[in-house]
Design a protein around this ligand. Structure first.
Ligand SMILES: Cc1ncc(COP(=O)(O)O)c(C=O)c1O
Length: 390
């Protein structure tokens, strides 16, 4: 009987698909996947529609991405972070950050290179590293502060290290790496001649006095960094799958060579929409951060009032919550129990760790707060009843 390649044998169904199916079956309030239940700006959607109606965008886009969008990405990065990115050779538009990270890893990691993954990590990083022939080297971050141990990270770097994958603001922990953490990583990368693939899809979602700093802005880091971002979270348009990779043209070329042979080009009308989105003023970003800050506070209050011990997120739109006081099982058992018995869906994070470190996340689940307030309140009503039962 014909079967799939050995290469894909370890890549089972993602936890997101599993949880979504179970949530649907039990009609649970779904705080699992990081998918807003509200739309992005109307003017952005109108621009994509008009690019279809007036015939600007119904054929293939340029492989590297719509030139106007690449210019706007370069301008955005220059205005926000002071980085001089070449719009023609230093920006690649991808099918979301997912393809961006994949193309960046496949395009820069050589077979046999070690690639450092900070745990918990977004689940697509590992298959990308394995498909590149890379060897994952895991460095855990631990609750409640979710940072790395500097000695452990230093020891993970060696002559075989090719790359490190970073994610800040971080999914699922809500950490925003601070200047000290970034400087420590940058120094090790320079010492060992290591490339950084920096996933910054939550770059505009930080809270309190936490501030997002792209590692590419640190001295001597631009040349060795590919930064990945996306319109998905910033413009609440996850369905459009528009992301991008920017950085040193030499490294972007690596990502491009993978990209051209997988997707070649990305959805054309949506690129017009996002090119328009990148002209929105500071008010848009302020309002987005304010909206999410209020949802963050609401969910943190609900969880604390329901018996969870919470790591208050500094960025992104997730809360990692320790459920030790509520349930004896591990995260997968608790997530299933919550869906089936309580009617709330969350993501169990242990699959974002290697088997050896899985225990670190085994008493936590991840709640997403990119939902209408009434959805968060509905989840709260159910969770409070759970607390009363315990
Ligand atoms: C850390 C991180 N990277 C990448 C992605 C995927 O982004 P996109 O939808 O643009 O492919 C997500 C989505 O949840 C994410 O959380």
């Amino acid at each position: 009987m014909p079967t799939y390649a050995r290469r894909v044998a370890p890549f089972g169904t993602t936890i997101f698909a599993e949880i979504n199916a179970l949530a649907q079956q039990h009609q649970a309030v779904n705080l699992g996947q990081g998918k807003p239940d509200f739309d992005g700006p109307a003017s952005v959607i109108e621009e994509a529609v008009s690019a279809m109606l007036d015939g600007r965008a119904n054929q293939y886009a340029a492989g590297y991405g719509l030139p106007l969008l690449r210019e706007r990405i370069a301008a955005h990065v220059a205005a926000r972070y002071g980085l001089a990115v070449d719009a023609d050779t230093g920006v690649l538009v991808t099918n979301g950050a997912s393809e961006g990270v994949y193309a960046a890893i496949l395009g820069t990691v050589n077979e046999g290179d070690e690639v450092i993954l900070l745990e918990p990590f977004f689940d697509t990083y590992l298959p990308a590293v394995l498909n590149a022939g890379g060897i994952p080297r895991y460095v855990p971050m631990r609750p409640p502060h979710w940072t790395f141990d500097t000695d452990e990270l230093r020891q993970a770097f060696n002559a075989r290290t090719g790359a490190i994958v970073l994610n800040t603001p971080h999914n699922p922990t809500g950490r925003v790496f601070n200047a000290q953490e970034l400087a420590f990583i940058a120094e090790l990368c320079q010492q060992h001649d290591v490339i950084v693939i920096s996933d910054e899809v939550y770059e505009h979602l930080t809270y309190d006095d936490h501030c997002h700093v792209p590692i590419a802005t640190l001295p001597n880091m631009f040349e060795r960094t590919l930064t990945v971002s996306s319109a998905a979270k910033t413009f609440s348009l996850t369905g459009w799958k528009i992301g991008w990779v920017y950085g040193n043209p030499e490294l972007v070329t690596g990502a491009w060579r993978i990209h051209q042979n997988i997707v070649y080009a990305v959805n054309h009308p949506a690129q017009y929409g996002i090119a328009h989105a990148l002209t929105l003023g500071q008010d848009y970003y302020d309002e987005l951060a304010r909206l999410y800050d209020s949802k963050r506070r609401l969910l943190v209050d609900i969880l604390q009032g329901s018996g969870f011990h919470v790591s208050v997120p500094q960025g992104a739109f997730y809360v990692m919550a320790d459920f030790s006081a509520l349930h004896d099982g591990d995260d997968l058992a608790f997530a299933k129990f919550l869906i089936e018995q309580v009617g709330v869906a969350t993501i169990p994070p242990s699959s974002f760790f290697c088997p050896e470190h899985r225990h670190i996340g085994a008493k936590t689940v991840r709640f997403a707060f990119c939902k209408h307030d009434d959805v968060l309140h509905a989840a709260g009503d159910r969770l409070r009843k759970l607390a009363q039962r315990v």
